[in-house]
Design a protein around this ligand. Structure first.
Ligand SMILES: *Cc1c(COP(=O)(O)O)cnc(C)c1O
Length: 407
């Protein structure tokens, strides 16, 4: 019969408890710096001379963000208490009524829509995305020119997207069945109804408005601009310009809608958002990323980006056929870029060929993913410099001089 004494003897016979049950101290002994994981796995790191593409792992977290995530990884806490507190802190920092951390901007689109459709009604929360016969509102109004790949995240809730092109058509389409109005900030220039008017229409019609501004910081003031314009909900990607965890994002806006979005989300099991889980490390990391973003020296950052684009533009001098131009995209990725162009006729390399040579070289360099048609009069490539690390602009300049020389 096992007894307490025998059990204790057995325990003392184990030389090191830590060797049997690894704890934090022993985990620290396996210093990750001693392993080159990417090399071990045969995965080649690259220089990001493009944008905050998810495909390229988007942005790099600051050491302060990693420290917060590491801190959180060592203790248990009640998840909802942490989310309440983090949401409150982010809302204060940004200057909005309510905030929550989502598992990315796409997840925030789903959760914000669920909040507008089901609110805090437990039965409705369970029924999403099967809206038929429940009494839930079924329509989301969007300008036709604002349809995009991420509206799938809205359609996940079972709603129907109703496309309109003018203010008059929008007013005609709105009714008791309308749950929400969706606006894609990046496409403001191509739609007839501009952001401010769209938000005002929502107020007039008493329909919540949601703006997707996922890739639209910097500038810093954009974080609070859209709620000030009158939008009820706004989302930003956490792992793009904010440099938070790639698998995190922000849903900001009206307090009652944020509370409803939380009820439609993980950790609540029977919800549309259960798969869009956020852990404590991401919550804390996202909060510190917002703190760091607001604290940073935006002018110095901008000057460094301009220095890099100027340095890269100078490489066009290696080939008289190539022209360089500096530019700043008007809305999303609103930071300094450089593009190179050359006549298609007589060129030894087209845009995709240049991209391929930069990618295949050592180190591998990824550039903006836009290709000119082979039939276009001129070929063009573009580079972003804001995701580069110190010293990388110089390396890219060397690679560009080699590759542009082959055109
Ligand atoms: C990147 C992006 C998203 C998705 O953001 P995630 O944080 O990766 O989910 C949604 N909408 C727009 C406009 C984006 O640019």
């Amino acid at each position: 019969m096992p007894n307490r004494r025998a059990f204790l003897q057995t325990l003392s016979a184990v030389p090191l408890a830590g060797a049997v049950v690894p704890d934090i101290a022993s985990a620290a002994a396996i210093a990750p710096e001693s392993r080159d994981f990417f090399k071990e796995l045969g995965v080649r790191p690259l220089i990001n001379a493009a944008e905050t593409y998810t495909l390229l792992t988007a942005s790099l977290m600051l050491p302060e963000v990693m420290a917060a995530m590491n801190y959180a990884s060592k203790m248990f806490v009640p998840l909802n208490d942490l989310h309440d507190a983090v949401g409150k802190r982010i809302a204060q920092l940004v200057g909005v009524e309510g905030a929550m951390v989502s598992s990315g901007a796409a997840a925030a689109l789903t959760l914000g829509t669920a909040a507008c459709v089901a609110g805090k009604n437990p039965e409705w929360i369970r029924r999403i995305p099967d809206l038929a016969g429940t009494g839930m509102k079924t329509d989301v109004i969007i300008q036709k020119s604002h349809r995009y790949g991420y509206d799938h995240a809205v359609r996940n809730c079972g709603v129907r997207l109703v496309e309109v092109e003018t203010r008059e058509a929008l007013e005609r389409a709105a009714g008791p069945q309308t749950a929400m109005m969706l606006f894609l900030n990046e496409n403001e220039p191509v739609g007839a109804i501009k952001a401010e008017e769209f938000a005002a229409l929502g107020k007039k019609l008493n329909i919540p408005t949601f703006i997707d501004a996922a890739a639209d910081v910097p500038p810093t003031e954009n974080l609070s601009r859209f709620t000030k314009l009158g939008f009820d909900l706004v989302t930003f990607s956490g792992g793009k310009g904010l440099r938070g965890p790639q698998s995190a994002g922000l849903l900001l806006g009206r307090k009652d809608l944020i509370e409803a979005a939380r009820l439609n989300a993980s950790p609540n099991s029977d919800t549309i958002g259960r798969g869009l889980k956020v852990n404590k490390e991401e919550m804390l990391g996202m909060m510190v990323a917002v703190e760091m973003f607001l604290k940073r020296d935006a002018d110095a950052e901008w000057r460094e980006w301009e220095r890099r684009t100027t340095l890269l533009a100078a490489t066009a001098a290696v080939n008289a056929k190539v022209r360089a131009e500096l530019y700043v995209p008007p809305v999303a990725n609103h930071v300094p870029h450089v593009r190179f162009s050359w006549a298609t006729a007589g060129a030894k390399l087209l845009g995709p060929g240049v991209r391929q040579q930069l990618r295949a070289g050592d180190p591998s360099v990824e550039i903006v993913l836009v290709d000119s048609a082979p039939t276009a009069e001129r070929q063009e490539i573009a580079l972003g410099v804001w995701m580069m690390q110190a010293g990388e602009a110089e390396i890219v300049a060397t690679r560009l001089r080699q590759v542009l020389g082959n055109i």
